[in-house]
Design a protein around this ligand. Structure first.
Ligand code: IPE
Ligand code: IPE
Ligand code: MG
Length: 259
């Protein structure tokens, strides 16, 4: 996607010593970056704070990640905000997160308008509190006409549940006589995932050092490049995004072929 050269330079003007905009080839910026935003709890605990304060601090990082992605001209930024397994957390933390999603979205709508960002969700939203669901719907409605970057928030998302759901939908089409089972190929499955219509992530970033996927985009990450940083999510900045993209640009993507 296109980016504004002047805004870009201004945004990245005060560079730290080890990384600057010059380290990135703007002609080869990944189209879709996806982030497993991890480490809010550890960030808070290390400061003697409640875990919830880590989540609140994480919102600032997310806002910056959205702006950074727009400045860099990404087509899609997707982020893992709440997994199907995160319901196992203490009720107080779950409630705080659900409330935070709703209030943050309302607060950030002007940013999405200003930056022409279209919102999308991955996950089963029917299980969310009604307040959160209503705000999410408002966000979808109000940004539906935007044709800039797509920002996708994975909430109550789990890859296994997503793939099972796709299988169920395809089976129902076959049972209804709408589809021949022989037509179920990879494209047909992809067309029934929450990510339908979007390109697969080119780059997956996970913060806070964990080397696992935690049930995130198992299908879509088949050929993505991975970048794991020890930086905790509330500390993740525009410069960390540049570091990740620089690393991405040093890789040789083969997709199973030879170069
Ligand atoms: C990620 O931070 C945010 C969510 C899962 C909602 P964590 O809350 O998992 O933070 P850590 O991993 O305990 O540090
Ligand atoms: C993955 O992080 C989920 C999100 C970032 C929303 P977790 O913190 O839940 O993952 P595990 O439990 O460390 O695998
Ligand atoms: Mg975690």
């Amino acid at each position: 996607m296109r980016y504004d050269e002047d805004l870009l330079k201004e945004y990245f003007c005060e560079a730290p010593k080890d990384i600057s905009l010059d380290d990135v080839d703007m002609a080869r910026v990944p189209g879709h970056v996806s982030i497993i935003m991890d480490g809010n709890g550890r960030w808070a605990t290390a400061r003697g704070l409640d875990r919830s304060q880590g989540h609140v601090a994480g919102v600032d990082s997310l806002r910056e990640a959205v702006t950074t992605s727009v400045r860099l001209g990404l087509d899609v930024l997707s982020v893992y905000a709440f997994s199907t397994e995160n319901w196992k957390r203490p009720q107080k933390e779950v409630n705080l997160l659900m409330h935070l999603f709703a209030t943050t979205l309302v607060h950030e709508l002007p940013l999405f308008h200003q930056e022409n960002v279209r919102l999308r969700f991955f996950g089963d939203l029917t299980a969310l509190p009604v307040e959160t669901r209503e705000v999410f719907q408002k966000g979808l409605d109000e940004t539906a006409d935007h044709d800039g970057m797509t920002f996708a928030l994975a909430v109550n998302y789990g890859s296994r549940a997503e793939i099972a759901r796709a299988a169920r939908e395809l089976a129902a089409e076959v049972a209804a006589g709408e589809r021949d089972a022989d037509t179920i190929d990879a494209d047909a499955v992809a067309g029934h995932l929450y990510t339908r219509g979007l390109p697969d992530p080119d780059l997956l970033i996970r913060t806070s050092g964990e080397l696992r996927l935690s049930n995130y985009l198992l299908w879509q990450l088949a050929y993505s490049e991975f970048y794991v940083t020890p930086t905790l999510w509330p500390d993740f900045s525009r410069w960390d995004m540049l570091r990740a993209i620089k690393s991405y640009q040093s890789r040789e993507r083969r997709f199973g072929g030879v170069k």
